[in-house]
Design a protein. Structure first.
Length: 364
């Protein structure tokens, strides 16, 4: 009888000891994950310090622009030919060029207001310039309208929102005279508009005046248009009208590449009444040209990484670069990444998804 009791005591002690070991391991893993997450939070607190919350609305609305003189007055074709950088300044024969409002990114700074990053795509035989070669700057303005189209705000003509970048994407066919046309991406950032004024708006419109390298057709001009506009303050409550930023970072010492949702540090500086997306979807383009899920993890053990396309707006993750399987290999280097908002429920316009935003990340 004593032998049997002793035997049961030994079994019980083994079970209790195993339980302590099992739960102790789980606790250690949990503590390790929390410590790793705390490290990522500190990284993002520093990374996002003084950074406005931002969301982008993809427009891709085509329209017409017109050629103007040095002061933006519309001109007609037929001025003849003048010299332009050792070549000719062709006569387009028409005072219009094609353009597309690609996107408007909305930036919100707490207790300050809103700014807008406006991006146009222009196809023209003339090369846009940042200035006229003197003191006049290429520039843009913003107009806000309410639900019935009445103007509630417009940038003062004395405010100069300078064009910040012009990228030449190369040739894009020829005009009617056989002269080569080129595609350009042009961006400018607006002045700050206070929150109470912006909240009156149902739509945001933009315009552009950009100098060229041809004295006969000195400016490219795009006017305000209801056909080319982004939604206004309703963006705050309709996540699928916008795409919230997915943040990322390259390797930082012993910390591998990482990514996070649009509010990883619990910022209180979002517009009043802001509705976060229920999910943010993210993928990368592999070497075979397929969009794949990242392998993501939070703790120190990268083998615990899971393959998932969906993250929460508060999530912070490390990226397992070496994991393969269904990823078909995440090769280190500059990779294309796309992300969008996703509403899985029926609230706030859902179920729905926003358009994809494509960026290049440095992952190694």
């Amino acid at each position: 009888m004593r032998i049997k009791i002793k035997y049961y005591l030994i079994i019980a002690m083994l079970i209790i000891g195993g339980s302590f070991l099992f739960y102790g391991c789980k606790k250690n893993i949990s503590m390790e994950q929390e410590m790793a997450k705390t490290d990522l939070v500190q990284i993002f607190k520093e990374k996002l310090r003084n950074t406005p919350s931002s969301s982008i609305e993809i427009i891709n609305a085509k329209g017409k622009g017109y050629y103007g003189d040095l002061y933006g007055n519309k001109i007609v074709g037929g001025f003849g030919i003048t010299q332009r950088n050792q070549s000719t300044c062709p006569d387009p024969g028409d005072s219009e060029f094609s353009q597309e409002l690609v996107s408007i990114t909305r930036e919100y700074t707490c207790n300050v207001g809103y700014r807008f990053l406006v991006k146009y795509k222009i196809i023209s035989e003339f090369t846009p310039q940042l200035t006229n070669g003197g003191s006049l700057f290429s520039r843009g303005r913003i107009k806000l309208v309410n639900g019935v189209g009445t103007q509630v705000y417009i940038t003062s003509t004395s405010t100069i929102n300078q064009v910040s970048s012009i990228v030449n994407n190369g040739t894009a066919g020829t005009n009617s005279n056989g002269d080569p046309m080129y595609e350009f991406i042009i961006q400018y950032r607006s002045e700050v508009i206070n929150e109470s004024t912006y909240n009156l708006s149902a739509a945001v419109q933009s315009n552009l005046t950009c100098y060229t390298d041809c004295s006969n057709y000195a400016t490219l001009n795009i006017g305000f248009s209801s056909q080319q506009q982004t939604s206004g303050s309703q963006q705050n409550t309709q996540p699928c009208l916008r795409v919230d930023k997915v943040y990322w970072g390259t390797r930082n010492g012993s910390t591998p590449p990482y990514l996070a949702g649009c509010d990883p540090v619990g910022s209180s500086c979002f517009p009043y009444g802001y509705v976060y997306p229920q999910k943010q979807e993210i993928e990368f383009l592999n070497s075979s040209g397929e969009w794949k899920n990242f392998y993501l993890y939070q703790g120190g053990d990268s083998t615990l990484a899971i393959s998932t396309p969906l993250i929460n707006y508060w999530d912070l993750f490390k990226i397992n670069v070496g994991k393969t399987n269904s990823n078909a290999g995440l090769a280190p280097g500059n990779i294309q990444v796309r992300y969008r908002n996703k509403q899985t429920g029926s609230q706030n316009g859902g179920p729905c998804v926003g358009p994809w935003i494509i960026e290049t990340w440095d992952i190694y």
